[in-house]
Design a protein around this ligand. Structure first.
Ligand code: PGA
Length: 249
């Protein structure tokens, strides 16, 4: 049985005061929820403060990115060792915004995944096609390339500690969600790929989240699909009310 995982990707949002208010309002509604994992991914500078607030709660901490080296002369970067050290359990890797604006490639994604796993961080690996790619009918080709190159040389055992997030780029922040059937189709395709590579048993254990304009109205429908195991939520994770409703789906 795969435990659903709902993660809030705050992106580059929230001052410290705003973040405190948001997270204080999330603690109580989630305190009884044992049947799903809840993760918040604030910007780096807020991680320590958020960790202190969510201590002994049901909410877990994730980062939005990291570099693959442990330490050294890499001005402006944050290492997996640092993230683990301050209490992160998850780290988003290869988000489409990082691929589009910050030169992230399948190769750098792979390096980061390996470094994250080495430091016992669980990577949430983002894949997804652009609108033009969907229209050209090459969605599966793109996803296959991202999965095979991004996950190069990972063992079946390591795969059990990763989460995959399918996020069609055209659905991110646009208000256009993939229909639950469109999403299910790609999720199933991803699970089949994982099955070919790591065997059916492992593939059945790996959680695949959907991301892209998830809100409290579409979450139940998405979650009703057999291969959708959670959501990576951007915009709707920035307000306590909407994120709570999503988590409660
Ligand atoms: P969105 O973002 O929910 O605002 O579309 C999702 C994401 O980018 O992870």
């Amino acid at each position: 049985m795969r435990k659903p995982i709902i993660a809030g990707n705050w992106k580059m949002n929230k001052t410290i005061e705003e973040a405190k208010e948001l997270v204080m309002n999330l603690k109580k509604p989630f305190s009884e929820m044992q049947d799903r994992e809840i993760v918040i991914c604030p910007p780096f500078v807020l991680l320590t403060t958020m960790r202190n607030i969510i201590k002994e709660s049901n909410i877990k901490l994730g980062a939005q990115n990291m570099f693959w080296e442990e330490k050294g002369a890499y001005t402006g970067e944050i290492s997996p060792l640092m993230l683990k050290n301050i209490g992160c359990e998850y780290v988003i890797i290869g988000h489409s915004e990082r691929r589009a604006y910050f030169g992230e490639t399948n190769e750098t994604v792979n390096k980061k995944i390996k470094a994250a796993l080495f430091h016992n961080l669980k990577p949430i690996i983002c894949v997804g096609e652009k609108l033009a790619e969907r229209e050209k009918g090459i969605t599966e080709k793109i996803i296959k390339k991202q999965i095979t190159e991004g996950l190069t040389n990972l063992s079946a055992k390591e795969m059990l500690n990763i989460v995959i997030a399918y996020e069609p780029v055209w659905a991110i922040g646009t208000g256009k969600t993939a229909t639950s059937e469109q999403a299910q189709e790609v999720h199933k395709f991803i699970r089949n790929l994982l099955s070919e590579k790591y065997g059916k048993n492992i593939a059945e254990e790996i959680r695949i989240q959907y991301g892209g304009s998830v809100n409290h109205k579409n979450i139940a429908d998405l979650m009703s699909q057999v291969d959708i195991d959670g959501a990576l939520v951007g915009g709707a994770s920035l307000k306590a009310k909407s994120f709570t409703k999503i988590v409660e789906f």
